[in-house]
Design a protein. Structure first.
Length: 118
């Protein structure tokens, strides 16, 4: 199993980023996928989860209305569109193969750094 995140970087407050997570080595379309983040000195936080078909998603309160998770099962890729970014969104963002609405994680990517600063 391999999960490779990309799309992180430095962005100004109010800006947008789109993270991608390319998956391989397993039946991607059968699995729920989630995005998590971890800021320095803080616990890891579940940001968003999407069902295997992409039909349903859930978000942390901190992400609702600003972030959107999506997936393309033909490309074995899950995305996280992040808008109206705030400095408190600064963290390492990782995707994971998950179940039970992100409460169980099975495989992780290496993460991508997102820094929101002016």
């Amino acid at each position: 199993v391999q999960l490779v995140e990309s799309g992180g970087g430095l962005v100004q407050p109010g800006g947008s980023l789109r993270l991608s997570c390319a998956a391989s080595g397993f039946s991607f379309s059968y699995w729920e996928m989630s995005w998590y983040r971890q800021a320095p000195g803080k616990e890891r936080e579940l940001v968003a989860t999407i069902t295997s078909t992409g039909g349903t998603s859930r978000y942390a309160d901190s992400a609702k209305g600003r972030f959107a998770i999506s997936r393309d099962n033909a490309k074995n890729t899950v995305y996280l569109q992040m808008n109206s970014l705030k400095p408190e969104d600064t963290a390492v963002y990782s995707c994971a193969v998950s179940s039970r609405w992100g409460t169980q994680e099975h495989y992780w990517g290496q993460g991508t750094q997102v820094t929101v600063a002016s």
